[in-house]
Design a protein around this ligand. Structure first.
Ligand SMILES: Cc1cc2nc3c(=O)[nH]c(=O)nc-3n(C[C@H](O)[C@H](O)[C@H](O)COP(=O)(O)OP(=O)(O)OC[C@H]3O[C@@H](n4cnc5c(N)ncnc54)[C@H](O)[C@@H]3O)c2cc1C
Length: 459
């Protein structure tokens, strides 16, 4: 299998970031030509901005647009969402973030977003955000706790009372944090869609774009076509600017833009589970200590668990192995957009692996949720963030892989700058150029290659 799991990818990026510390701390050089193909007219006439997809990424772009002082008066912002806001990975992902786990071009996204989260969660009164320590835990093979560790309580959570191997710290809680992504999306939407803010949400599936041919050969966006969720009738929405932020399904836009941009994408579909808080003998929920775990590969169960206790007392677990790999053409046909069924066999494997590590959950644990979702993976594992060549007012913000929640505030800010000011001031967007596979068909990096083209997830 060519793709890496979310767990091993996140962990590997952490290790790489440590190795790359020297290069990543060198001064940031502003991009010399950040808007090579940007031809959007930058005047202050009102804009009609349509964002395709109301996951955490699309919603964050809308939020930063609506807050920006550069948004021309009387502009409108519309989120067009095929199902429900945060109904895909943005409602079902873990919500873990780590300021210093970026490497190469993603360092800035990690840092900018981590800092913004703290600010935004205060502003929006998001209750599920908190900093928390993270441990690396290797599998243990005894019947009793077999951990060898220098890590001391209270870092080791009381519920980690089963069979485990070596434990070591990955983060002490200063630069690692979590948020329950659905709450974050809901709070942004709640704030934006209050009366008089010019932001609205339409439930409908984008099926194409409308544009006007300009005398210089370029095209300008004039509208978006969509099908309503309930009646499946066709509609058209006037638009001066569109931002495609439809997660793995963003590769549909290749056809909307008449192949002006090539957006290869793989959807990695994974099952995750959520445990209820265990009850004490009086029937009250017990206190669930807040330490996240990144567990090593456990060959007995085929798992590499990521365990995230949440402030509401539940425990979210992903990294349960056996992911399915969904191709670009399947995604272009909207695979798993309507329904994304979980795999019972993987939920059972994760349950066995987790209850081996936790006697508390073996004795008192009860599963609350089994679910699945897809993370969007471009071939080089870098997101698509920027403009569409030849189309004025067309932008892509998609393919954020296993960090789409952690990076959402930064991506929102950066894309809002690009749309409203014509350039991004806080980040070099060149590595994320949506046209990078259109121009040369491949670029360097780690991972499998077919000829010069990267195939599968790169890291
Ligand atoms: C198991 C798992 C755990 C994860 N854990 C973490 C984590 O701990 N930390 C982290 O940072 N990231 C994590 N991720 C990754 C993260 O969840 C994703 O990168 C992120 O949610 C992507 O957000 P998005 O808004 O781009 O896409 P999505 O959440 O997929 O949203 C896309 C939206 O677009 C809509 N849409 C699609 N097509 C159309 C259309 N034609 N018209 C209108 N709307 C459309 C969909 O209905 C959907 O609501 C995890 C992913 C998985 C699978």
């Amino acid at each position: 299998m060519f793709a890496f799991s979310s767990s091993s990818t996140k962990h590997l990026q952490f290790l790489l970031s440590s190795v790359c510390l020297l290069s990543s701390t060198t001064a940031f050089t502003p991009p010399s030509s950040p808007t090579r193909r940007l031809t959007t007219s930058l005047n202050m006439s009102a804009k009609q901005i349509v964002i395709i997809g109301s996951g955490i990424q699309g919603t964050s772009v809308a939020y930063h647009l609506h807050k920006s002082s550069s948004l021309p008066p009387d502009s409108t912002i519309t989120l067009l969402e095929a199902k429900e806001p945060a109904s895909a990975a943005s409602g079902k992902g873990g919500g873990f973030m780590a300021r210093s786990w970026g490497s190469g071009p993603t360092v800035g996204l990690h840092e900018l977003s981590f800092d913004l989260y703290q600010e935004l969660c205060e502003e929006l009164q998001v209750e599920s955000y908190r900093k928390l320590p993270v441990l690396s835990v290797l599998p243990g093979f005894g019947t009793k706790s077999t951990s060898k560790t220098s890590v001391k309580a209270p870092l080791i959570p009381s519920w980690l009372d089963g069979s485990v191997g070596r434990i070591s710290p990955l983060g002490m809680g200063d630069d690692t944090a979590q948020v329950t992504p659905k709450e974050f999306v809901d709070k942004m939407l709640e704030c934006m869609t209050q009366a008089d803010k010019g932001v609205k949400l339409i439930l409908g599936t984008c099926t194409g774009i409308e544009c006007r041919q300009e005398s210089d050969g370029s095209k300008s966006i004039t509208g978006v076509q969509y099908q309503t969720k309930d009646s499946k009738t066709e509609h058209s929405l006037p638009a001066s600017d569109i931002i495609v932020s439809a997660g793995p399904w963003s590769c549909q836009a290749q056809e909307w833009f008449d192949n002006a941009v090539s957006l290869p994408m793989e959807g990695v579909k994974s099952t995750s589970i959520v445990w209820k808080p265990p009850l004490d003998p009086k029937g009250n929920p017990i206190n669930v200590d807040a330490t996240a775990l990144f567990c090593g590969e456990d060959d007995r169960f085929g798992t590499h668990l990521e365990v995230y206790p949440r402030p509401d007392g539940t425990i979210y677990i992903c990294g349960i192995g056996g992911s399915d790999y969904i191709s670009t053409s399947q995604l272009q046909s909207c695979a798993f957009l309507e329904e994304c069924p979980p795999r019972e066999d993987r939920a059972n494997a994760a349950t066995k692996a987790f209850t081996t590590m936790s006697n508390t959950y073996k004795e008192k644990g009860e599963l609350m949720t089994i679910q699945a979702c897809m993370r969007p993976c471009p071939p080089d594992a870098l997101p698509y963030m920027g403009t569409v060549p030849g189309y004025n007012g067309a932008f892509i913000n998609a393919g954020h892989n296993c960090w789409g929640i952690a990076w959402a505030p930064g991506c929102g800010k950066v894309m809002a700058e690009l749309v409203l000011e014509g350039k991004c001031k806080c980040l070099d967007l060149r590595p994320f150029d949506p046209a990078r596979f259109t121009m040369s068909g491949g670029r360097g990096g780690r991972g499998r290659k077919k000829g010069s083209l990267n195939v599968g997830e790169q890291w």
